[in-house]
Design a protein around this ligand. Structure first.
Ligand SMILES: [Zn+2]
Length: 473
């Protein structure tokens, strides 16, 4: 009997976080009335709108009073509020499974991040992806990239290490078969291996994205079909008047980097800092035109660059959002920043380059590189949008980097990225107009995640739970 009871309880009581975040199916239609809808396509906001959600879809959208409200619906008066598509963090990482579930996923949702692109996949993340879709786990919709595919002496534990072209091709086929949504390429891939991966990805009809390796130029990577340049690493080198002398030295050093982590990171820093002073406008303009023409996306992760430049600033390191990070993650933040002592010029360059790429018509994605120093799940996405405005984007253009552009990039624009009838109900309701001040995306009145309504009070409780989880002994 006891045993039976224990078994029953085990079923009824999933782990604590699971219990508190377990989605409840939306049993009746959800209706927002009198909302100002910003559909992110660029048209004027649609005032006094009614949006009806049934299941996980938007089933009706029109002027309030002209759309019939279904009987028994849950009606939310959204007068003076602004309804937008949910936000995507297009460069996301999370810690091991339990902390991901207890900390990272709730923080994303509580901040209106209803979609993430995972940049270092694993079996556990594939499982999370499926649980979110089936509704047994409350979290952002996930696109899960492969584990990092890197050269014979990879930088990170857990990478798929490939030393020659046939191994590169085999890795693409195997990772696709395991269910990953795209192939993540990394910086220490030898040239012939990288080109083989690009070719095989095309044959297998799977996207590849990631870092531009030292062994190829940004123009070559774009021509080879790399879909996005993460952190815009390598752009400074590609825009440098000294590229022809700097690149061979870096590529040579990368080919003999050895196994030490410090040696890898030193090359990263050299790659970004050595070319900064020789940025050439004409060279940059030609390159950006090429990227725009090829449909290569820029993924700047400006919040990451800012963090790496801010290690010496006690105010920056005293971020109140640290209270949501468990001690092991806080220690990782401090450990990482020790490597970056003179990164400010790189950060300033990345800010300018992001603005220049945008003006040249290169499509830009919002992403934060969570799990890196002071890149907080959910919260930092709002910082990133503000940095885009600082780089010269209009607030609407900044919003598009987290809504419309991700949907297009992912080939999901028929179901996501805008507010339209028939689309999936991933939504964010704001208390102030983000077109006037993009920082208003932080003033969240409610989130709808795959059709599930989470009012402000639920989001507040989620944050409280995360804080206590993070600080439990
Ligand atoms: Zn990353």
């Amino acid at each position: 009997m006891r045993k039976k009871l224990a078994l029953l309880l085990a079923f009824l009581l999933p782990p604590l976080a699971g219990a508190q975040t377990k989605p409840v199916a939306q049993s009746r239609p959800l209706v927002f009335t009198h909302a100002t809808v910003i559909d992110t396509t660029g048209g004027p906001p649609k005032s006094d709108s009614t949006v009806i959600v049934a299941g996980n879809r938007i089933v009706a959208f029109g002027k309030t009073g002209r759309v019939r409200i279904p009987e028994g619906a849950q009606v939310v008066n959204a007068a003076d509020k602004f309804l937008l598509p949910g936000l995507w963090d297009m460069h996301f990482h999370s810690p091991e499974d339990q902390q991901a579930r207890e900390i990272f996923l709730p923080l994303a949702i509580a901040n209106g991040v209803t979609g993430v692109r995972h940049m270092f996949g694993s079996e556990a993340l594939l499982k999370q992806r499926d649980e979110v879709l089936s509704g047994t786990l409350l979290g952002p919709r996930m696109i899960v990239g492969s584990p990092v595919v890197d050269g014979p002496t990879p930088m990170w534990v857990g990478s798929v290490s490939v030393a020659d072209a046939p191994a590169g091709r085999q890795a693409v086929r195997t990772l696709k078969q395991r269910g990953y949504d795209f192939i993540k390429v990394y910086q220490f891939l030898p040239r012939e291996v990288y080109l083989a991966i690009a070719d095989e990805a095309r044959k297998q009809n799977i996207v590849f994205a990631g870092h531009v390796p030292f062994s190829v130029s940004a123009a070559e990577a774009s021509d080879a079909g790399q879909k996005s340049f993460e952190h815009i690493f390598g752009m400074s080198l590609a825009c440098s008047a000294r590229e022809d002398s700097l690149r061979p030295a870096l590529a040579e050093a990368a080919a003999h980097v050895g196994k030490a982590f410090d040696a890898h990171i030193e090359l990263f820093i050299r790659n970004e800092s050595e070319p900064v002073a020789s940025y050439n406008e004409q060279k940059a303009a030609a390159l950006f035109k090429r990227l725009a023409g090829n449909g290569t996306y820029a993924m700047p992760t400006l919040v990451l660059h800012r963090s790496l430049a801010s290690g010496a600033d006690p105010a920056f390191r005293n971020d109140p959002r640290l209270k949501y990070m468990p001690p092991n993650i806080r220690r990782l933040f401090d450990w990482e920043l020790r490597f970056f002592t003179s990164y400010q010029p790189v950060y300033e360059r990345q800010l300018l380059t992001t603005g220049a790429m945008h003006r040249a018509g290169v499509k830009v994605l919002a992403g934060t590189d969570t799990f890196n120093a002071y890149c907080f799940p959910g919260f930092s996405l709002h910082d990133e949008l503000e940095l885009f405005v600082q780089a010269g984007f209009t607030p609407l253009e900044a919003l598009q980097t987290a809504t419309l552009n991700p949907a297009r990039y992912l080939g999901l624009s028929s179901s996501l990225g805008t507010i339209e009838k028939g689309k999936i109900a991933d939504l964010i309701l704001l208390e102030a107009n983000p077109l006037e001040n993009v920082g208003n995306t932080r003033k969240i009145a409610a989130v709808v995640a795959n059709g599930r309504y989470l009012p402000k009070e639920s989001l507040r409780r989620m944050l409280e739970t995360v804080e206590s989880m993070a600080n439990k002994r």
